[in-house]
Design a protein around this ligand. Structure first.
Ligand code: HEM
Length: 498
């Protein structure tokens, strides 16, 4: 019986896919002609696409990379389902796209997971609204505010370290769940001022709701690429959205009820520890409405959570797989903290160049945002002699860019922090490495993210030693909300004694 239902479901899915593809094709025929006539197809079968590769991104990336090589081009056309996209790994074109006002809008098809009722904030806002929101929220990530968050960053890192230490000597263990739990708590605290009591009912409910939301977003992303995003909006998804709103809404209301301090509302730079403080100021200045306040807080949590925890876990996994690099990093950290760590201060970070190199290398090989997508606001020139029509979606293939052999050498796939020795960095085009994107629409929280990541690594690597039998060559990457491991490598932990 279940097999029959399976076949029926499959047939219905195929019919829906074909109908949706034909409808898109009809609506966008002029656009198709203009994209496909200007660029060679480097990946995907016309009108069928390459989306079936999303379950094994390694293969998708390999195909894209081969496509660029075979066609001897750095910019081509990629079919995803029934849509052709301009896909580029050309550093000059990437520079143009990320810095030009005509590409300030995001490519809608790449961000379907954010186009719901609660996450459609800064990440996907159209340029006009984005400018207002970015200006209002920027002070949250300003230097002084980030430095003021150091006690929270240290507490989070210490928490991660203590929880991981409890797994020591127990064989290879899942450490990602712990990193995710602590990462979400940090995001909720720094963004919303919400402190969860460890192990409480509210803690459990919150973890469940945000993780379920992340799972739905991952599904949204895949279905969105297939042009079937509407299929992901199931009753369960709606229940999950309701649950996360139940957590955030009271905090927004609590803030709205605060008395207005008229001196304060025009001063966006003053004393803003949390993002919601700034959102409230924007509300009182009539830049945001109530809904915007809620949406921008959600968006910031969604943007921070998966990226940061994924990056921290990736760094630890890659260090566990490369013991000699981990040892060198440990020695560097120990030289700065010979007697152990009570707290990491801002100036300490300048004394740890090898840590910077390890983090940069991990984000090169596994950039949380594997693609960045922009859309032409009007007809515009992409490069000399190539005019793109308004609405063209241009995808920057960050993962492939970060592994281009002409830039990173024949061992581009190897984990080698020396790629970030100053003399090597100086030789490269500045747009050949961009885990946080670049230009005015780059990651608003790059500094926050870089610091939290370093503080977690300092606390953990100083006290713990990681190893794994999982081989680097066996890693398969898959798109979750961000790029992640198909199988999360478990790690063995030892507590260091010196
Ligand atoms: C290692 C961690 C992180 C990485 C690698 C990362 C990477 C990125 C990238 C590549 C973009 C541009 C996306 C695009 O154009 O498609 C972006 C945007 C953004 N990120 Fe991050 N991010 C990280 C952490 C964070 C954190 C911790 C926060 C919040 C506290 C955050 C908030 C945002 C927001 C709000 C945007 C949209 C900015 C805009 O459009 O103006 N990110 N991030």
């Amino acid at each position: 019986m279940s097999a029959i239902i399976g076949v029926e479901t499959l047939i219905i899915m195929v019919i829906i896919l074909l109908l949706s593809a034909s409808w898109r094709l009809y609506q966008r025929r002029k656009y198709y002609r203009s994209v496909t006539s200007k660029f060679p197809v480097i990946c995907g079968i016309p009108f069928i696409g390459a989306a079936y590769h999303v379950f094994d991104v390694n293969k998708l990336f390999k195909n894209i990379s081969n496509g660029f090589d075979i066609m001897k081009t750095l910019t081509g056309c990629m079919w995803v389902a029934a849509t052709p996209y301009v896909l580029t790994i050309d550093t000059e074109i990437i520079k143009h796209v990320t810095t030009s006002p005509e590409f300030l809008n995001k490519a809608p098809d790449l961000y379907t997971q954010f186009h719901n009722d609660i996450l459609n904030g800064l990440i996907v806002s159209p340029a006009k609204k984005w400018k207002i929101s970015r200006k209002a929220l920027n002070p949250f990530l300003a230097h002084n505010n980030v430095v003021a968050l150091f006690p929270a960053f240290n507490q989070n890192a210490n928490n991660v370290k203590n929880k991981l230490a409890r797994l020591a000597g127990q064989g290879e263990q899942d450490i990602f769940t712990i990193i995710k739990d602590c990462g979400l708590q940090l995001s909720l605290f720094t963004i919303m001022g919400l402190k969860l009591e460890e192990g409480s009912e509210k803690h459990r409910e919150t973890m469940w709701a945000f993780n379920a939301l992340a799972d739905h977003m991952a599904m949204d992303l895949i279905l969105g690429w297939l042009g079937l995003g509407f299929l992901s909006r199931t009753p369960h998804y709606k229940r999950v959205v309701k649950s996360v709103r139940k957590i955030v809404r009271p905090l927004v209301e609590e803030n709205l009820a605060k008395p207005v301090d008229s001196d304060d509302i025009n001063d966006f730079e003053k004393d803003n520890k949390t993002l919601i403080d700034l959102a409230l100021k924007a509300f009182r200045q009539r830049l945001f409405n109530e809904k915007d306040m809620e949406v921008e807080c959600f968006t910031m949590i969604a943007a921070s959570y998966e990226t940061s925890v994924g990056a921290a876990y990736t760094c630890l996994v890659l260090l566990a797989m490369h013991p000699e690099i981990q040892e060198r990093l440990f020695q560097e950290i120990r030289s700065v903290y010979p007697d152990g760590i009570t707290s990491v201060e801002y100036d300490d970070l300048k004394k740890l160049p090898y840590l910077d190199m390890c983090v940069s290398e991990a984000l090169r090989l596994v950039p949380p945002a594997a693609f960045i997508g922009r859309q032409a606001v009007y007809d515009t020139e992409l490069c000399p002699g190539v005019i793109l029509p308004k609405g063209t979606q241009v995808l920057l293939a960050i993962y492939v860019l970060h592994r281009r052999k002409e830039i990173w050498g024949p061992d581009a796939h190897r984990f080698n922090p020396d790629n970030f020795l100053p003399e090597n960095v100086a030789k490269r085009h500045p747009y050949s490495y961009m885990p946080f994107s670049k230009g005015p629409r780059n990651c608003i929280a790059a500094r926050y993210a870089q610091i939290t990541l370093r503080i977690i690594l300092i606390h953990t690597i100083r006290s713990l030693k990681f190893s794994t039998t999982f081989k680097y060559e066996d890693i398969i990457l898959v798109p979750k909300v961000t790029l992640g491991f198909k199988t999360d490598p478990p790690l063995h932990i030892e507590v260091r004694t010196n």
